[in-house]
Write a protein that binds this ligand. Structure first.
Ligand code: FAD
Length: 500
């Protein structure tokens, strides 16, 4: 290749999952003149974690996830995380509602559907916690419509599949929020990529693997291999987003930016039980989340979910965790060993030393038999029959390992945006709460990496048009919250289908 034989782009996005697709569409809305390319190594977008069968499709809004509301040492319930995630999800909904209103984005029913969110506990300790959580949350306007019950008849109405066959003396309780959602993040990603493809100076290129990243002038030289022809090409980009899911870490390491030093990844795989039997499926219309077993990580919280994928409804139960050294479901077993560097070996060893509970939990999960998996399901659905359920492999989650002054290294279960000081490159690491809060993560990226443009009149007025109210306002202003939520719900056709 001749020395100057390269294309130039304002923005290159690596990976065609929900993260890159969202950022690319947002940037084109803010400045239609931006020239960008999304590079995906698979044959299409939304094949890895963003695929609907690789994630649980929960529109995380802090309504049912008990791990977002920990109990403090004094017995009080901390609702901060639930409020933050709830208002971030409302930011996502505003963006999707804006695109639907603009037209040419397809029916919202193809990617978001109303499904009530329930939290379910067994035993007196669980009940005491759930009652306190209910009292703490319902003080806040975002959770004012939450209902609580210990009454068996009401529980049978809320979760008809889960009550028959249960010991009538077992103490159980649940909360319900009718305004929960199931999101097909795969279809959403596909819509975003299609929307992008209709615009000038926006390309989505598949079978294109990013194999090199080097600083060049004010930006980056990106080396790309065409996996069909075997040809290589180079792109000179002013800004690069590493939205490569689990594979973002090796790309961040390839960039060599100092901000990326010391990070490691801990891959956790997952499995679900899936049921497509219509007689069973029709008896459950909810996402029911419970508590994780003591010592197990937050992503192990068991839940029985209604899933709406391509117009068909199924049930999903899990996740059951597993261990693999791959960073992507279709990745390589060498991913983990090849990510070990001089600068991250100490944090990785510290995490191995300090997380014995996690290791024990993973070993137990990996060794689980089919009968044991079914037994766990029967804690939710006592009459479950093995023949109605099949085992499916979920997506990979690569949890973040990072340096920590006190312990040498810590394992982090959230997401982290790592950006170069000059804002020319950013990578998204981690997995949770994930796709639901993509829009807020990308708004943060825009402030950090496109700070000057974000202050311009053009970008500010567009942001105000797309987002009638941002998270902080939604968290503190009840009236504005209700106005904005009603508007998004109407545009996204989130009418509640199950009567209270
Ligand atoms: C088991 C499980 C359950 C989950 N449940 C939920 C849930 O209920 N709700 C929720 O909101 N979130 C959930 N998540 C999280 C959510 O799925 C992820 O946060 C989200 O899909 C990540 O999107 P992404 O675009 O970063 O990554 P991905 O969708 O994984 O996309 C990354 C893409 O980058 C490509 N790529 C990688 N390397 C390269 C390269 N070198 N060159 C070119 N392309 C490359 C990959 O092929 C892939 O297509 C769950 C995740 C898992 C694993």
């Amino acid at each position: 290749m001749a020395q100057n034989d390269y294309e130039t782009m304002d923005v290159v996005l690596v990976g065609a999952g929900i993260m890159s697709a969202t950022l690319a569409v947002l940037l084109k809305e803010l400045d239609p003149a931006i020239k960008l390319e999304v590079l995906e190594m698979m044959e299409s977008g939304a094949i890895e974690s963003s695929n609907p069968w690789n994630n649980a499709g929960t529109g995380h809004a802090g309504l049912c996830e008990l791990n977002y509301t920990p109990e403090s040492a004094d017995g009080s319930i901390d609702i901060k995380k639930s409020v933050t995630i709830n208002t971030q999800f409302e930011e996502s909904k505003q963006f999707w509602a804006y695109l639907v209103e603009k037209g040419r984005f397809g029916s919202p029913k193809s990617f978001i559907n109303p499904v009530p969110h329930l939290s379910f506990v067994r035993g007196q300790k669980g009940i005491d916690y759930l009652k306190k959580r209910f009292q703490a949350l319902t003080v806040h306007h975002a959770f004012a419509d939450m209902e609580y019950t210990e009454d068996k008849a009401t529980l049978a109405e809320w979760m008809p599949l889960m009550m028959p066959g249960r010991d009538p003396n077992e103490p159980i309780a649940a909360t319900r929020v009718m305004a929960g959602t199931d999101v097909n993040f795969g279809n959403l990603t596909t819509h975003l990529l299609a929307h992008l493809g209709q615009q000038a100076d926006a390309k989505v290129s598949c079978n294109q693997k990013v194999v090199g990243l080097k600083r060049s002038g004010q930006g980056w030289r990106v080396s790309v291999k065409d996996l069909q022809s075997g040809n290589n090409r180079e792109i000179q980009a002013k800004f690069v987003f590493l939205g490569a899911g689990g594979a973002a870490l090796p790309l961040l390491q390839m960039s060599g930016i100092p901000e990326g030093k010391g990070f490691g990844g801990f891959p956790v795989s997952g499995q679900w039980l899936r049921c497509d039997n219509p007689d069973v499926v029709k008896q459950h219309q909810a996402k029911v989340y419970s508590q994780a077993a003591v010592g197990s990580p937050p992503m192990s919280v068991p839940h029985l979910d209604t899933r709406v994928v391509d117009g068909k409804t199924s049930l999903l139960f899990g996740p059951y965790a597993g261990f693999t050294t791959k960073f992507l479901k279709r990745g390589s077993f060498l991913d983990l060993p090849l990510s070990i560097r001089f600068n991250n070996i100490a944090p990785m060893l510290a995490v191995a030393r300090d997380n014995f509970d996690l290791t024990r939990y993973l070993v137990k999960e990996v060794l689980q038999s089919e009968a044991q998996r079914l037994e766990t399901l029967r804690g939710f659905y006592p009459l479950a029959k093995a023949e109605d359920w099949s085992l499916e492999i979920a997506g990979q989650r690569v949890q973040i390992i990072k340096k920590d002054a006190k312990n040498g290294g810590i394992l982090q279960f959230g997401t982290e945006l790592v950006a170069a000081e000059d804002g020319s490159i950013a990578a998204l690491l981690g997995a949770s709460p994930g796709a639901s809060v993509t829009v807020s993560i990308m708004l943060d990226l825009i402030q950090r990496c496109f700070g000057t443009q974000a202050k311009s009149e053009q970008w500010r007025s567009k942001l105000n048009e797309i987002f009638p109210a941002m998270g902080a306002v939604l968290a503190s202003d009840a009236e504005r919250y209700r106005e904005v939520q009603s508007r998004s719900d109407a545009l996204l056709q989130l009418e509640q289908t199950v009567s209270a």
